[in-house]
Design a protein around this ligand. Structure first.
Ligand SMILES: Cc1cc2nc3c(=O)[nH]c(=O)nc-3n(C[C@H](O)[C@H](O)[C@H](O)COP(=O)(O)O)c2cc1C
Length: 321
């Protein structure tokens, strides 16, 4: 038996799954239930401007429910930002304990906090009674070792967390190498909160294998697989791929994203950068992905970029998804 009604989360991907992407995604594609927004770092000082939290302002998020994510190791800064977000109407915020980048981790943020259960404990004991809403956590199995999580589970179990999202790699693995499903299953057994599985769901077969094995899981988060194949959430929900007219839909999605980015971002260089990040993943949906991605990467002007895309969709694009 596979999960009858999986709940599907859009993973936060900093630089890509911002509010523009989330809104347009929900206009073109089906299957996602909610999104976790890419992290916002907390900062010292009281006043948090609207522009700082622009990505999660409710008026910029009309497409699907969103959980804002915070990156912090300072309880009071976290509370300050979280309260601002709860005031906007959010009922849950997410704490990032997974970011693997050394620059972040060496400051004991993201996955850099995972080897310190006592610090996580004191953070949670300080923050949870002082926020007017719920907290969820997104984490990995550890920073350096995949058993670090076992010292964290008793800490997590002491607090009323909304859910724990687990990407079953270590921080030092970054995003490569095998996910550790044995360890994930042990987490399932011992964590007394709802658990969201996250990692390497790239096609229906991946999902069927995982959901057959992890029978207790009904919440699934999808990142890169969805950036490459935006039809994936719908396919997972229906447990079949009966979608037609994919190429046309992807082209329309792309054009809409480009237009919105032009309207939303300051200057063509930023728009081009944003579209390059998007194409890093989307190119993998096509035959000869390197060919098109190299062309896009080299482009220095938006006009040239648009011409490349037009030619590509007219003459070359062959979808593999
Ligand atoms: C470029 C990039 C940016 C990411 N940004 C975030 C982020 O802001 N917050 C977060 O919790 N995870 C972030 N992640 C991790 C993803 O949310 C997800 O956990 C990871 O990609 C594994 O899932 P996947 O195999 O479905 O992609 C990022 C991953 C990538 C590749």
């Amino acid at each position: 038996m596979n999960t009858p009604n999986p709940i599907l989360y859009m993973a936060p991907i900093q630089g890509i799954t911002n509010s523009v992407y989330r809104n347009i995604f929900s206009q073109f594609f089906n299957g996602l239930d909610l999104a976790v927004a890419p992290f916002i770092s907390t900062s010292q000082g009281k006043k948090i401007s609207r522009s700082y939290i622009k990505d999660v302002l409710p008026e910029n998020n009309t497409g699907m429910p969103v959980i804002p994510q915070l990156m912090s190791n300072q309880g009071d800064d976290f509370i300050n930002l979280a309260v601002r977000l709860f005031d906007l109407g959010y009922d849950t915020v997410n704490w990032n304990l997974g970011c693997p980048f050394p620059m972040v981790a060496k400051k004991k943020r993201g996955s850099g906090l995972l080897p310190y259960p006592e610090r996580i404990d004191s953070f949670l004991s300080h923050v949870i009674p002082r926020i007017p809403g719920q907290l969820s956590i997104k984490c990995r199995l550890g920073r350096n070792q995949d058993d670090e999580i076992f010292r964290l589970i008793p800490v997590f179990n002491q607090y009323p967390l909304k859910e724990v999202m687990i990407h079953p790699r270590t921080g030092i693995q970054m995003y490569e190498g095998p996910v550790n499903l044995d360890r994930f299953e042990m987490c399932l057994e011992h964590i007394e909160h709802p658990i969201v599985y996250n990692g390497d769901i790239r096609c229906l077969d991946d999902f069927l294998v995982l959901s057959n094995r992890l029978k207790k899981v009904d919440r699934w988060m999808i990142g890169r697989g969805m950036l490459i194949n935006p039809f994936l959430p719908e396919i997972l929900k229906k447990k079949e791929d009966s979608i037609t007219g994919k190429l046309k839909k992807i082209k329309e999605f792309h054009d809409s994203l480009l237009e919105q980015n032009k309207a939303y971002m300051s200057g063509p260089a930023h728009v081009l950068d944003k579209m390059k990040g998007f194409w890093y993943y989307l190119s993998q949906a096509f035959q000869n992905p390197d060919l098109i991605f190299k062309k896009i990467k080299k482009t220095k002007s938006i006009d040239k970029f648009e011409k490349i895309i037009l030619d590509f969709f007219q003459d070359e694009a062959v979808l593999l998804i």
